[in-house]
Design a protein around this ligand. Structure first.
Ligand SMILES: [Fe+2]
Length: 225
């Protein structure tokens, strides 16, 4: 084949390949939502008195607020929080008190923004969430996938990038707080700091949880010899 035809054939092949590639891009809608790559090292836990873990103002103010999907159809939301000083207000409809942890199940409509207020008086706090669209194969819905979050400065950067991404719900792949790196009462305290840390997202959109190996807390030193 003469050189000129060879070049033409190659160009044609390239154009055809590009067309197939671009067409397939149109079919899928995933795309790249962020070029952020979390740096791996150094990975140092943020001190527990840091602003990132701030306790909300007011006596017995609800903290560690987080929501989860309340049913299979996306028409209910479970709101959970902790009151640290004493069991919070009971006697509110649908509130269930277990120790100091409270869960309120709210029935909702599709694709609707809801504001919610928890706690009482000066200590009350307000948040909002947006419910998912009606179930349909083409219903647009943006998931975030996070795992191995922890509570380091890198964790903070990951979470800040996620909250800016427009994701509507988090599928959490396990290894939440890394509190298992601590001992005795520090373990519980580091779960609390982590609960306050993720509130900036988890109070506003459902996080779907799965457990990882760091959720297995092996504490042989707690056993009386
Ligand atoms: Fe992990």
């Amino acid at each position: 084949m003469p050189e000129v035809f060879k070049t033409q054939a190659l160009l044609l092949q390239l154009a055809f390949t590009s067309l197939v590639f671009l067409t397939s891009l149109n079919i899928g809608n995933a795309g790249i939502t962020s070029t952020f790559i979390r740096s791996e090292w150094p990975s140092v836990d943020i001190p527990s008195d840091n602003e990132a873990f701030a306790v909300p103002k007011g006596y017995n103010a609800p903290q560690q607020v987080h929501i989860t999907q309340g049913d299979y159809n996306g028409k209910a939301v479970i709101i959970s929080w902790v009151t640290a000083d004493e069991p919070g207000p009971s006697g509110v409809e649908y509130v269930r008190c277990v120790d100091q942890k409270q869960n309120k199940n709210v029935n909702t409509k599709y694709d609707t923004k809801y504001y919610y207020k928890i706690g009482s008086g000066d200590s009350s706090r307000e948040f909002w969430f947006h419910t998912p669209p009606n179930i349909h194969p083409d219903a647009p819905y943006k998931f975030g996938i996070i795992g191995d979050l922890g509570q380091t400065y890198n964790s903070l950067s990951t979470l800040e990038h996620y909250t800016q991404s427009g994701g509507q719900t988090v599928l959490f792949l396990g290894d939440l707080s890394y509190a298992d790196r601590y001992q005795y009462t520090e373990v519980g305290l580091r779960w609390d700091t982590w609960g306050r840390f993720i509130e900036r997202s988890a109070a506003f959109q459902p996080w779907i949880w799965s457990a990882g190996n760091h959720e297995i807390e092996y504490m042989p030193y707690m056993v009386k010899g």
